[in-house]
Design a protein around this ligand. Structure first.
Ligand code: DX5
Ligand code: ZN
Length: 220
């Protein structure tokens, strides 16, 4: 069973409650919260208040994707909002091992994200401590960008690296996911897909979600 998480970056925040209701109506149970600081990435989105708002809605699990400089300063705040998973960027910290353990000690699952140009090899010495790896298939910062196909080979590389360490971890793919690119990622072993524009701008969100989940069931 794969997971499809709509990214709230593409939602209409004037109607946040309705947007979250539509995720539930589409048969999904998770949303993805993109936190951007205008420093690590060239855009500012929102902070921990968004995570608390989703928590108060009460019907969806959520993960927090921290695209911020010095993420170690913020993980405790985000952990208090009750996410399933906090994901930090390999490129954003000097002390990844310390940060991953800080997240786990807060009682939250820990994920590490790699930008498109960062090779999978950098995870060799930390993979056994991770609950998830998030591979960016766009350069982080904005929704609605074009999928970068050269990242596809990194998906199977992460799966293999994890299995070498006896770990069956989540492999999330984030950026430019459509039904077509979802299928490419699923064929490489993705377990979790994030979708911003393709979900929230779909004329039929439920049908879009069903088609992606069906593609997950049917992969070879
Ligand atoms: C990009 C974010 C993504 C983004 C995905 O920096 O991490 O989660 O919102 O949006 P789409 O699916 O529209 O590319
Ligand atoms: Zn994201």
């Amino acid at each position: 069973m794969i997971v499809l998480s709509p990214s709230l970056l593409a939602a209409d925040l004037l109607f946040l409650g309705e947007e979250l209701d539509s995720v539930v109506s589409a048969g999904l149970g998770d949303v993805h919260i993109d936190v951007m600081d205008g420093n690590f990435v060239p855009n500012i989105s929102y902070g921990v208040n968004m995570a608390h708002a989703v928590r108060r809605h009460g019907q969806l699990k959520f993960d927090c994707h921290l695209m911020v400089a010095e993420p170690e300063k913020h993980v405790a705040d985000f952990a208090r909002s009750g996410p399933e998973l906090i994901t930090v960027h390999y490129e954003a910290t000097h002390h990844l091992h310390r940060l991953v353990y800080a997240i786990k000690e807060l009682g939250v699952q820990a994920g590490v994200s790699l930008n498109p140009a960062t090779p999978v090899d950098v995870l060799k010495c930390i993979i056994h401590d991770l609950d998830a790896v998030l591979l960016m298939t766009v350069n982080p910062g904005f929704s609605g960008q074009k999928f970068i196909p050269s990242v596809l080979t990194k998906i199977s590389a992460v799966r293999e690296l994890a299995l070498t360490h006896g770990r069956d971890i989540a492999v999330q793919i984030d950026g430019g996911i459509t039904l077509e690119t979802a299928k490419l990622c699923l064929a490489e072993g993705a377990t979790h897909l994030v979708a911003g524009v393709s979900f929230f701008q779909s004329p039929d969100r439920r049908a879009f979600a069903a088609s992606v989940l069906e593609a997950g069931k049917n992969r070879g």
